[in-house]
Design a protein around this ligand. Sequence first.
Ligand code: ADP
Ligand code: MG
Length: 336
Amino acid sequence: MIRFDDVTKTYMRGQRPAVENLDIEFTRGEFVFLVGASGSGKSTLMRMVLKEVAPSRGTVYVAGKDLSRIPSWKVPALRRDIGMVFQDFRLLPSKTAYQNIEFALAVIGTPRKVVRRLVPEMLEMVGLEDKGKRLPHELSGGEQQRVAIARAYVNRPSILMADEPTGNLDPATAGGILDLLAEINERGTTVVMATHDRSAVDRMQRRVVEMVGGLVVRDEARGSYATPAPVSVISGNLPDDSAHRDEHPLEDQQEDSGPESTTAERSPAEDETHGATSAEEGSGTVASAGDVLEEDLIDEREALLVRDEDLDVEDAFAEEPFVSDPFADDAQEEER
Ligand code: ADP
Ligand code: MG
């Protein structure tokens, strides 16, 4: 379903890679947790699957297709088959729950009749059948995330990626969100979830891929959040000293752990060489008020990450508003 073949992503020349020599495959129907400290490369991995970020080296395959060979005009179709859920929900603030889900269908030209059937079906699936008329600010965080999941799933994508979806939620609410993702997975969608949520990972006992400084250090079929076993690098090369890192590398890192989180894995010499990396960390989690316009743009792009099996997809993206794929350019990513 998703395969990384020796993929390295370096955002800026001279900086250490965000993801390095990544060799990993997520198969159809899997539920995969991506764990690792802030800055370890989880979001970069996901954004490469969406072709929002291009690898500097190596090849990413989605459904057998080499993403570098997908022309930009076909990228919206790719994204329509990949649902995306974020920590900060990213709902359109002036649209109701119903309209947020509806919008995802409308932008791809779904017939009104189908929309009228699918939106209530989705609201019911996420347990919000009586809250369709609420605006996002009239919903709790957990409810907003349910709407976001409904929107991401309404077109039955074959992949759903959730980037720290429970990061802003209390444990009980987070549990409900996890159940929902598990249900979506049971219905056949491949789910990849980046998380710091220890209890989620421990409860599910699914595949766990752990990243440290852009490298995969653990890949367990039925794992827990942290492993007491010594870790070794599965793809890529850690600096020599980092093979002897703490036995519980993720403890005390449930929140963004600041600039030291990845540099702790490196030798002092590397710290000097790659010092600039630290300044970037901690970004990209919760949007600030100044991001509103850009957030809306992201929302609209996000709304396009859907597909409807009743539709002729090729026809649908003839009406695509973002044919030129504004997110493909690395230069624009610096903003986010
Ligand atoms: P995670 O999601 O695990 O927190 P990220 O993939 O966001 O990790 O980040 C991995 C590394 O890449 C970090 O050092 C981060 O600062 C850097 N990085 C992420 N996005 C960008 C960007 N757009 N430009 C430059 N550096 C980036
Ligand atoms: Mg991230």
